[in-house]
Design a protein around this ligand. Structure first.
Ligand SMILES: [Zn+2]
Length: 112
């Protein structure tokens, strides 16, 4: 069960791990002393901010993917983490790292 979804998740996990490594490498480059030119400094600081944002998003997605893989492994995949209702298979196919039903996902997004 969920064999195709598990494969998708594993591929996605690999892509994100690679992306995080690239982001970290870019950040190390930007970490050097700031350019003496103040306009250049602004650009460098903006780059670091963008990279930090990407980094954070990627790590969150990675955490979701790993949570979904754990759930496939322990047999609880496809069940909402919050309300224990089944998550429709269409939602799982569209969003394999979904661990909540749409209603609970909306609530959790509103809660922040
Ligand atoms: Zn739910």
């Amino acid at each position: 069960m969920f064999e195709n979804i598990r494969k998708q998740l594993e591929e996605r996990e690999q892509q994100i791990v690679t992306r995080i490594q690239n982001i970290d490498a870019d950040k190390t480059k930007e970490d050097g002393p700031l350019n003496a030119d103040s306009e250049e400094q602004v650009v460098e600081l903006e780059n670091i901010e963008v990279l930090d944002g990407l980094d954070e998003m990627s790590r969150e997605e990675l955490a979701d993917i790993r949570a979904a893989l754990d759930k496939i492994a322990d047999g609880s995949y496809g069940t909402c983490t919050d309300c224990n209702e089944s998550i429709p298979i269409k939602r799982l196919e569209a969003l394999p790292n979904a661990i909540r039903c749409i209603q609970c996902e909306e609530k959790s997004e509103q809660a922040g």
